[in-house]
Design a protein around this ligand. Structure first.
Ligand code: GTP
Ligand code: MG
Length: 333
């Protein structure tokens, strides 16, 4: 299961209660107060982890709670502080504050953009004070103590926006997943029917000299995606953080498609979704060069987009792949 948006309730642990206790020892009559402090409650911490690719673990556990701190004890012993509850989330997770059903602000609380980043979502409560703190010249046997503080809590919306260098954008069946399999070790499913890919998949492309780039394969788009047709724009969110876009088209025009028209309508879709996206650098990767009719369409495509870098490939046959990788490295420089 792939979950890229989920509401959770998080609650940090409360601090432990302070202790009321008096020293009792042989030959020490009226030993003074010796009740120790409560321990701190556990924090709820989100940690970005590159081995986690979606938020499905929270689907099964949408209530995140950290443990309470231990109570203070006699002999000035502190209660145990509770360990933090650490929740691993994918890199690219954005956290928004939520009030019941509604987002309360359009400002995110945090954006976990790097592997290993940690964020304290809810802070654990401080421990209460034991009666040792309440001793004074007038009160030598205080029975006062304080409760531990409550841990912070709240409702949050966690949303994943994939972070990759390049995003593959194209109609269903254009061969995006086939291409990603060829240029990286990622293994998205490939099949001859539309909407095979149901969620974003990221592949790492290795270049010479230990350089690398991440490429995101997102589900196919169709005209009207921005208003929810096909799999809708749900997944366009996952290309909003790509630096460049590769428009993958079936240049053979199978299924009666016109490649140049396809590109125009895909560009329209992303522009309607967010005009800032259509300003990003973009390139064309005509695919299925091995099929009949590809040559003619490729010429037409070049005429239609004279200023755009075009790198034709046959993902299935592995043709043009090395050239594409070279270009990709250059485009990302
Ligand atoms: N002849 C030929 N067929 C290809 C080529 N690349 C992909 N295909 C075929 O086209 C079909 C669709 O490929 P996918 O890689 O699943 O396409 P996709 O763009 O990821 O499709 P969705 O996930 O549905 O959006 C599969 O049957 C592939 O085998 C190619 O270069 N030549
Ligand atoms: Mg696919």
């Amino acid at each position: 299961m792939f979950v890229d948006r989920i509401k959770v309730f998080a609650q940090a642990g409360s601090g432990g209660r302070g202790c009321v206790s008096f020293r009792r020892e042989k030959f020490v009559p009226k030993g003074g107060p010796d009740g120790g402090d409560g321990g701190r409650g556990g924090d709820v911490i989100l940690r970005a982890d590159r081995h986690v690719d979606n938020l499905s673990n929270l689907f099964y556990e949408p209530i995140i709670k950290a443990k309470a701190g231990g109570h203070g004890m006699g002999k000035k012993m502190h209660g145990k502080s509770a360990p933090p509850k650490i929740v691993k989330v994918p890199v690219g997770t954005i956290v928004w504050p939520v009030n019941g059903k509604d987002l309360i602000s359009s400002e995110p609380i945090v954006d976990l953009t790097r592997d290993g980043y940690e964020f304290v979502l809810c802070e654990g409560g401080a421990g209460g004070k034991g009666n040792v703190h309440f001793k004074s010249s007038r009160n030598r046997a205080p029975r006062e103590y304080t409760e531990g503080e409550e841990g912070e809590r709240g409702h949050f919306l966690l949303e994943l926006r994939t972070i990759a260098d390049a995003g593959l954008v194209g109609y269903p069946n254009a061969g995006k997943s086939t291409l990603l399999r060829k240029i990286s070790a990622a293994r998205p499913k490939v099949a001859a029917y539309p909407f095979t890919t149901l969620h974003p998949v990221i592949g790492v492309v290795e270049f010479s000299g230990y350089r690398r780039a991440t490429v995101a394969d997102i589900p196919g788009l169709i005209e009207g995606a921005h208003r929810g047709l096909g799999l809708g724009h749900e997944f366009l969110r996952h290309i909003t953080r790509c630096r460049i876009f590769l428009f993958v088209v079936d240049v053979a025009g199978s299924e009666g498609r016109n490649p140049a028209e396809d590109i125009r309508s895909l560009r329209r879709e992303i522009d309607l979704y967010d005009p800032r996206l259509s300003e990003r650098p973009w390139f064309i990767v005509p695919n299925k060069l091995d099929l009949e009719g590809a040559g003619e369409n490729l010429d037409a495509l070049r005429k239609s987009f004279p200023k755009i870098d075009i790198v034709p490939v046959s993902a299935a046959k592995g043709e043009g792949i090395e050239e594409l990788k070279k270009k990709l490295a250059k485009w990302l420089e």
